[in-house]
Design a protein around this ligand. Sequence first.
Ligand code: NDP
Length: 468
Amino acid sequence: MKSSEGGRSKCVTNGTETSQALWGRAWKVDWFSLACVIFLLLFAPLIVYYFIMACDQYSCSLTMPAVELFTGKVHLSDIWNKTPPLTWKAAALYTSWITFQVVLNMLPDFCHKLIPVFRGGVQEGAVTPAGIVLKYEINGLQAWLITHALWLANAYYFHWFSPTIIFDNWIPLLWCANILGYLVSIFVRIKASYFPSNANDCKFTGNFFYDFMMGVEFNPRIGKWFDFKLFFNGRPGIVAWTLINLSYAAKQQELYGQVTNSMILVNILQALYVVDFFWNETWYLKTIDICHDHFGWYLGWGDCVWLPYLYTLQGLYLVYHPVQLTTGSAVGILLLGLVGYYIFRVTNHQKDLFRRTNGNCKIWGKKPKYIECSYVSADGTKHYSKLLTSGFWGVARHFNYTGDLMGSLAYCLTCGFEHILPYFYIIQLTILLVHRCIRDEHRCSSKYGKDWKRYTNEVPYRLFPGFF
Ligand code: NDP
């Protein structure tokens, strides 16, 4: 195993693929993957625009704009002319926001010193396909706390800006987020060819679109600590998520003189998810995003645009449709969200604990059961690992996804049943997690070979025992 060092040599192309471990991302791009890549490159930005425009101009109806366009009642130009343009104010806001998050990202972590149970500070990631272990400064919780403390201080004391500022500039900010998403994706693609951080962890498939979208460099970095994947996955989108929801709640207050219980539920359930993410940022280093995905448009643009705009649709919807739930519905939704969160958290914790202690732990009060497995990294080193088959990992192979889906359904249910738009989250997350599950299992199967087969025989279902 090697430690991280910022290499300056060129990335290895697929001409030398035999010298690389084969368990990373695809080497050959089949026509279906290519069609999906081109579809997403072309349509994902339009989908985001369509949703946000539908809220702005059609009170969150997804069908009305389409019907009016097809019947000729409006033209594309009418919709476009009513769309707020990029403004200097939004550009200044967005630039300050990103700069502030970069500064917070570069600060050393103090939280783990103040809160001893919190695992922050310098932590190691997983072994990369090239056999490298990178170090990360884990300070996301600190960044989240500072950002939100300042937000609340402004809202209740300083009054420098209105707490509705995000909602009020939502479409102009969308243009800024797109500009950053594309700039970052183009930059990392060029960087991968000319100055990669770790040449042996690059993957060129030879297909321009696939490489641009799925990324070439595994862990692009600037300097020792600015890691593109950790920063973009966590900071601009996930720190913003709770601020965006607070801004929506403030807008409801401004428009209707009260904040509905549905809006409070969305804020609480999604804040739980976000704080959990930062509290467990060290665990996040061992997830697929960091361990296996390369950094390209999918993560770069996705984190800047898709995540903040489409993961927050419930709060946006509730500004236009302030749903007041009955107490029974509110309690039912809260319970669904909490049970989903519990399954999500405990499942993730079981794997993390099991891997961290190398199996020397208790799962549901007993010694864990597992399957011994091995794999070879690109430098030819043989590594040993274990696949847990106790606890929730014995129920299904991705029960953490099942919990995540239950929690996500709870967010959507807060919005009632009048429109489909707030349900987009659960629909897209189901597609994303099912696809991710299949993608991950394909990778694990190439990585662990017959050991993976033994594991799938022992735990036959992926998400829902007896069904899938
Ligand atoms: P997992 O945390 O489930 O990680 C999968 C990896 O864990 C595998 O690649 C394998 O890696 C290892 N693994 C698989 N089975 C076992 C086992 N039985 N015992 C030990 N290790 C095992 O997946 P993700 O990273 O995708 O997800 C992490 C969380 O993030 C999930 O809860 C998911 O719901 C959530 N998520 C949320 C998203 C959202 O948009 N809201 C998007 C994506 C994820 P190895 O090579 O190390 O063996």
